[in-house]
Every structure is written in structure tokens, then in C-alpha cells.
Design a protein around this ligand. Structure first.
Ligand code: HEC
Length: 200
């Protein structure tokens, strides 16, 4: 799971940077200006994989998701997510994850379905992340799961039903809790940070 999280975060970080103009930030980042809570709200949207904690209200199914996908995703991902000019197929490959011919798709790779929702909400469409409504995000997530044979076309995806899906690759990752480090973060009465840069 640690690997999955790292992979997904890496993807998100790249997209976030490249799409700064479409970000919901109230004001641009300014060096030296303290970050205040309202600036963080739009990014404080993480969803926990195993149980979906943090998934928002709303719902959608693959039928409505197809319409969202055709309008907002197919230009890069191809019709029926079979691969387009910007990305390869997002369908199939289930069971290939642990082979030397792995085909990485949400169906073959993601250990938890809520992670797919989280990724799409955070990062897609590439040119306008966070522009989909929650219902649209549930719907397009349902569509991708349906294309991978994991949910029926009319299955309503919401915070409960999405978290209840058992993804085929759920057990394909190993836990890496970094046993090689024993650093403990100080939370109170900490020594002041030593810094070589003089305060302005
Ligand atoms: C402008 C092109 C573009 C559009 C439009 C777009 N995507 Fe993407 N998408 C990409 C690219 C490029 C990546 C790979 C990003 C990366 O690896 O950092 C990606 C990655 C993804 C992934 C991750 C796939 C994986 O294997 O983990 C998902 C899921 C996804 N897109 C869904 C969507 C959905 C849903 C939409 C429409 C709402 C959409 N995308 C619209 C370009 C696009």
C-alpha cells in the first residue's frame, strides 16, 4: 500500500503543479506568506483507501459516467478508455500485476476503489483538475470500474458502495513501513530548529 500511495501521490503532485492556473486556490502562493486554513481547504480532500473515509456525499453510475467520460476524458484516454493520445488503456490486465507482462490499469493495479475516486477528483481532467462535481466523479469512477468488469452498469457508486468493492489487486502490494528508520517526530516542547539562514 505504501508503494501505491507513493505512486498515486507522485502522479497527483505532477498534475497539480502543471495545472496551477486551473487550481481552486483563492490566491497564488507567495513565499514568506503563512499558509492559512482556507487556502488548504481545496486540497484537504484525501480519501482513505481501505474504508473510504473522507469520501464526500453524492453518487453516480456507469451510464451517466460514460457521458462525462466521452465529453471530458476520451480526448486523452480514448473511447471507452481503451487508450488515447495522452495515455494507454485503462481497461483490462487484471491478474497481470505480479507477472513480467503487467498491464497497469485501475482494474489491475489499484488496491482500493476509493483511491480511484481520489485520484480522479484531485487530478483529472488533466487540464482542469477539481472541476468535476462529486456526482460526476462518482459516475466516471463507476464507468471505469464497469469497463474493467468490476461493477454493473447501473450500480450506484457512493461513499459506502465504493468502499465495499473488493479490488482484484487488493493484496498485491507489500507493506513497507520503513523499518530502517527509527526517527520519532517531536510534537511538543521541541528544540528550536537550527537554521543557517538569517531571518529577514
Ligand atoms: C488533457 C489530457 C487528459 C484528460 C482530458 C484527462 N486525462 Fe486522465 N490522464 C492524463 C495523463 C497524461 C495521465 C497520466 C498522469 C500521470 O501519470 O501523472 C492521466 C491519468 C489518469 C488516470 C490514472 C491512470 C492509472 O493507471 O493510474 C486516471 C484514472 C484518469 N487519468 C482518469 C481521467 C478521467 C476520469 C478524465 C476525465 C474526467 C481524465 N482522466 C481526463 C491525461 C488526461
Amino acid at each position: 500500500m505504501a508503494l501505491a500511495a507513493t505512486l498515486l501521490l507522485a502522479g497527483c503532485a505532477g498534475n497539480t503543479v502543471s495545472s496551477a492556473t486551473a487550481s481552486p486556490h483563492a490566491r497564488p502562493a507567495a513565499l514568506g506568506t503563512p499558509v492559512v486554513e482556507p487556502d488548504l481547504v481545496a486540497w484537504n480532500i484525501d480519501v482513505r483507501g481501505p474504508d473510504g473515509q473522507g469520501l464526500p456525499p453524492g453518487s453516480g453510475n456507469a451510464r451517466t459516467g460514460k457521458a462525462v467520460f466521452d465529453a471530458q476524458c476520451a480526448s486523452c484516454h480514448g473511447a471507452a478508455a481503451a487508450g488515447g493520445p495522452m495515455f494507454g488503456t485503462m481497461v483490462g490486465g487484471i491478474g497481470s500485476f505480479k507477472t513480467d507482462k503487467r498491464l497497469l490499469t485501475p482494474g489491475s493495479m489499484y488496491p482500493y476503489a476509493p483511491a480511484l475516486f481520489d485520484y480522479i477528483r484531485r487530478a483529472m481532467p488533466l487540464t482542469a483538475p477539481q472541476s468535476l462535481s462529486n456526482d460526476e466523479t462518482y459516475a466516471v469512477t463507476a464507468y471505469l470500474l464497469h469497463l474493467n468488469g468490476l461493477v454493473e452498469q447501473d450500480a450506484e457508486m457512493n461513499a459506502n458502495s465504493l468502499a465495499a468493492i473488493r479490488m482484484p489487486n487488493r493484496d498485491g502490494f507489500i507493506v513497507n513501513d520503513r523499518p530502517d528508520t527509527s526517527a520519532v517526530r517531536c510534537m511538543q516542547d521541541c528544540k528550536p530548529l537550527r537554521t543557517s539562514v538569517a531571518a529577514p
